[in-house]
Design a protein around this ligand. Structure first.
Ligand code: ADP
Ligand code: MG
Ligand code: MG
Length: 908
């Protein structure tokens, strides 16, 4: 009994003992009922048994705290006074619902029982009062059905068995030759009540309890018990909701939507939760009760129809919806019942929404002066902005596919968005099919760097293996591609050019659709619509004035820009990506990887020659072929970025990644290089490493082969000097990777510095430039003060820093990391969100030592974490200057950076 001695909170008659802020104690549903009562919204009276009682119940072998029984009895009396009817009164009974409700809503996970208090006597009272036997028996059979299921436990025994009550109901309808429940008459419903009770007796050996008080306590126990039913536990695990919170129980006087044609029940949102449009949005059913609307027994009607058939109650609903939205200053998701033309509210909560709706709601509400810009910025989940950038499936087309059972499998939603195309299994097929105008989905067991161009050519990427940080996922995010990764159900047969999903065989060329937001794989073609934001910014095929989505997105970004302190750059290796970065308003490039350029076209051959050369002279010959290519690439990127900083990393990956693998490739290369095939094979073998991640890579390459660094520096500075001569003002930052000691950086720096000076002298111009290092080894963090002596900037390479700090290979972690997170060994996947306690602490050390040694040392982050909202907040906290992320995550990083400032302020 931690928080409160008070076990029960009453609401009704315009007064309430609880309020909106008491969600923890009263649950979300309870707090909403109390608050609505307080502000004069029509709510049937009732009372809430607190979540603390639930805690007690589980701590004391399903017993209740002393005094609860009396409190419940007293509250029931107050309820009876307001309703002017008595619970269990055979002449005029009040009926109640017993409703679950935890701190956070867990839709459909726990139980609710309606019409409690009915028995063979009280049902007569209900008939006498309402003169409506059909209604009374409809309530009664619903009550016995719900109570029999939830409290007494008459349920289907396995997933092949149907709900026993539904089976009996079905049989009755068949016998009477009717389709809908509403067509059954009083007599038939009365028969059902007896049949239900008899079935309970037969199956469970239990009598149905006739005493209303026994019914009530049975229901209260069942609701507390439902907190720990398996589906509720699963749900909490999935959404990381604490198992310790417990549920509250709400006991509330019943109002009836099933009394006849002037009655209804429904659910609504105060705005459209898919688009954010300002209009009452929802569904209802006439002459129905409770979950009928969502249960799919009858097809509900759109709320506009209510306006036609029940004008006054609709007007009242519209009014109350506005009152609630103004009061909560948030879109509300509401449940209501109309009893003989009178509106009653039964629930209100903050409505869940899509990314589109989130942006529209936030911006609209600022313009309607409901919330401030700051509040609007805080309301949107940064990741939700993704949805505004991705192609989208036509909603109706996709729903039809689901109805037709074409959803074949699920994987990880690695690259959000919608893609539809024909199946190909090889990257080069993706390219050639794409060239002849086909849309394709590249389906692979997993992807590797050689697949890059095929991935680029594909509409979407689907892999059978790999996690959220697998190669496919990483590249997809950087490219803004739709991707479903790790879809284990796929059995891909490259040779047979087909894949099997359960019983379905999909062949090369078949149509398939991939929903990277939901992680779904769907058979056949589904219509897609392009993102309006991209049409305005990138393809320029849409007039910004014609797109509200774009305008609101732009407005939000402007507010974020005005608020944030962190700079936002992008990880960009190619000119087309640089253009996209600029369109999104990136403030520079934080990581340009030079090796990606090596894979393109005929370049790989020169790279291989360089690697396999016998001596320095041979290497220099090969490097001379690469120089003009690299220079051209750098020039194109630097030109696009104007005077913004472009951080270019010198060669980083282990050399063997570039080597020929197949016999064919080796033979061909030997011919070109004019060396014996055996000698080449031997060389390839020598380059093999047992642990390449910790092997001959990063600055170690430049130290073994200074001529590589020299060539790269030359390419960078020649490109820059030429642009300078053209009147531009390029700003390269040369970044040396994997430095662990001052001496390493010193040696590489000397080369770069020398080439810079020579080149500028040769061109007769001066350019701005910086030399710095990537901080990605624990040692670099610990000796950051020494390294800072040689650096003008640090950029945290948090991918490798995470691997080296945790001693965890990202490519091998998939086998155990997910279960680590589920079991709580690690709070999150450290490759997705910065491990604050480990990696984060190293970063803090490096920032502190670095700044102490050099006050104006520039500091940023270029790992994948730069686009993760929580990691962005951390970067703000430790005082970095900028984050760098993939181009399509720029808006997300900007919003997260603005939120970091706002949260900071709120704390102070
Ligand atoms: P859930 O948490 O699954 O939404 P609720 O407790 O909200 O369950 O109950 C489901 C539905 O039952 C409500 O939307 C409402 O239609 C109906 N209901 C609950 N309590 C009452 C009541 N006191 N009077 C009339 N209908 C009720
Ligand atoms: Mg509800
Ligand atoms: Mg690295």
């Amino acid at each position: 009994m931690a928080r409160s001695e008070k076990l029960v909170y009453f609401f009704g008659g315009g007064k309430a003992e609880g309020k909106a802020s008491m969600k923890d104690l009263l649950g979300g549903k309870g707090a909403g009922l109390h608050e609505m009562t307080r502000i004069g919204v029509p709510v049937p009276p009732g009372f809430t048994i607190t979540t603390d009682v639930c805690g007690y119940y589980y701590a004391h072998k399903h017993r209740y705290p002393k005094g609860l029984e009396k409190k419940v009895g007293d509250s029931l009396h107050r309820l009876e006074e307001i309703m002017q009817k008595k619970f269990g009164d055979p002449s005029s009974p009040v009926l109640v619902s017993v409703r679950s409700g935890a701190r956070e809503s867990m839709p459909g996970m726990m139980d609710t029982i309606l019409n409690l208090g009915l028995n063979d006597q009280t049902v007569q009272g209900l008939i006498a009062k309402t003169k409506n036997p059909r209604f009374a028996y409809d309530c009664y059979r619903r009550f016995v059905q719900m109570y029999g299921d939830v409290v007494l436990g008459l349920k289907p025994r396995d997933r092949n068995e149907r709900d026993p009550f539904e089976v009996m109901l079905e049989r009755k309808k068949e016998k009477r030759g009717v389709r809908s429940d509403t067509e059954l008459n009083a007599e038939e419903l009365k028969e059902l009540v007896s049949e239900f009770k008899a079935e309970i007796k037969a199956q469970l050996g239990k009598e149905f309890p006739e005493d209303p008080h026994e019914q009530l306590w049975g229901a209260i126990g069942a609701v507390f018990g439902s907190w720990n039913n398996p589906r509720a536990i699963d749900y909490r695990n999935l959404y990381r909701i604490s198992h310790a919170w417990g549920t509250a129980v709400n006991v509330q006087a019943m109002v009836f939507g099933n009394m006849g044609e002037n009655c209804a029940t429904g659910v609504a949102f105060t705005r459209d939760p898919a688009t954010g449009q300002k209009r009452l949005y929802g569904e209802f059913l006439v002459n129905a009760q409770g979950e009928d609307v969502v249960a799919g027994i009858r097809t509900p009607l759109a709320i506009d129809k209510l306006k036609e058939i029940m004008r006054e109650p609709y007007g009242e609903l519209d009014r109350v919806a506005k009152v609630l939205e103004r009061h909560y200053k948030e879109m509300q998701d509401i449940e209501f019942t109309i009893e003989r033309g009178k509106l009653w509210m039964l629930q209100t909560r903050t409505g869940k929404r899509t990314g589109f709706a989130a942006v529209r709601l936030a911006v609209d509400m600022v313009e309607e002066r409901i919330i401030s810009k700051e509040e609007a910025l805080l309301r949107i989940e940064p990741d939700q902005l993704n949805q505004l950038l991705r192609p989208i499936f036509d909603h109706q087309d996709k729903e039809k596919a689901a109805r037709d059972r074409r959803v074949l499998a699920r994987g990880l939603p690695a690259g959000p968005g919608a893609a539809t195309g024909r199946i190909v299994f090889h990257a080069d097929d993706a390219e050639s099919w794409n060239k002849r105008g086909e849309r394709v989905i590249l389906c692979r067991i997993e992807t590797s760097p050689e697949d890059i161009r095929g991935m680029d050519a594909a509409q979407g990427i689907l892999t059978a293996r790999g996690g959220m940080t697998s190669h496919a996922a990483l590249v997809a995010r950087q490219m803004g591609k739709v991707c479903v990764a790790g879809c284990e159900a796929l059995d891909i047969d490259y040779a047979g050019r087909q894949m099997r999903v359960d019983g379905t065989v999909l062949k090369e060329g078949d149509w398939i659709s991939v929903d990277g937001t939901a992680g779904e794989v769907i058979q056949g073609e589904i219509r897609t619509l392009p993102s309006e934001v991209l049409q305005v910014l990138i393809t320029k095929s849409l007039d910004p004035k014609a797109s509200r989505v774009y305008q609101q997105f732009a407005k939000l970004m402007k507010w974020a820009d005005g608020m944030r302190q962190l700079g936002v750059r992008t990880n960009t290796d190619q000119p087309d990506q640089a253009l996209i970065s600029m369109a999104f308003g990136a403030e520079g490039i934080g990581l340009c990887r030079t090796e990606h350029m090596f894979f393109e076209g005929g370049r790989i051959r020169a790279v291989r020659e360089m690697i396999l050369a016998e001596d320095e002279a041979g290497r220099r010959r090969a490097l001379a072929k690469l120089l003009p290519i690299q220079k051209k690439d750098f020039k194109a990127i630097l030109k696009i970025m104007g005077s913004l900083p472009v951080t270019i990393r010198t060669l980083d990956p282990p050399l063997h990644e570039f080597l020929p693998k197949t016999e064919e490739e080796i033979v061909e290369l030997a011919r070109i290089m004019d060396v014996p095939v055996e000698a080449l094979k031997n060389k390839v073998k020598i380059l093999h490493e047992f642990n390449p991640m910790l092997g001959h890579r990063g600055c170690r390459l430049g130290i073994s082969y200074p001529e590589i660094t020299e060539m790269q520096a030359q390419a960078i500075f020649e490109a820059s000097c030429e642009l300078r001569k053209e009147g531009l003002n390029p700003f390269p930052e040369v970044m040396i990777p994997l430095v662990g000691s001052r001496q390493e950086l010193h040696m590489q720096r000397e080369i770069v510095e020398r080439v810079a000076q020579q080149t500028m002298k040769a061109y007769g111009v001066r350019i701005r430039y910086m030399i710095g290092t990537m901080i990605e080894l624990p040692r670099a963090c610990l000796v950051a003060d020494e390294i800072a002596q040689e650096a003008e900037f640090f950029s945290f390479g948090t991918n490798d820093l995470t691997q080296t700090c945790l001693g965890l290979s990202r490519d091998d972690a998939g086998k155990f990391l997910p279960s680590y997170v589920v079991q709580g060994v690690l709070p999150d996947d450290p490759f997705v969100s910065i491990d604050r306690d480990g990696v984060g602490r190293l970063m803090r050390i490096a920032v502190e030592k670095g700044r102490k040694a050099k006050k104006n040392l520039e500091m940023g982050i270029c790992g994948e974490h730069g686009g993760d909202p929580r990691s962005v907040v951390f970067c703000h906290e430790i005082g970095l200057d900028y984050v760098s992320c993939s181009p399509y995550r720029v808006p997300i990083a900007k919003l997260a950076a603005a939120q970091a400032v706002l949260r900071d302020r709120r704390l102070r």
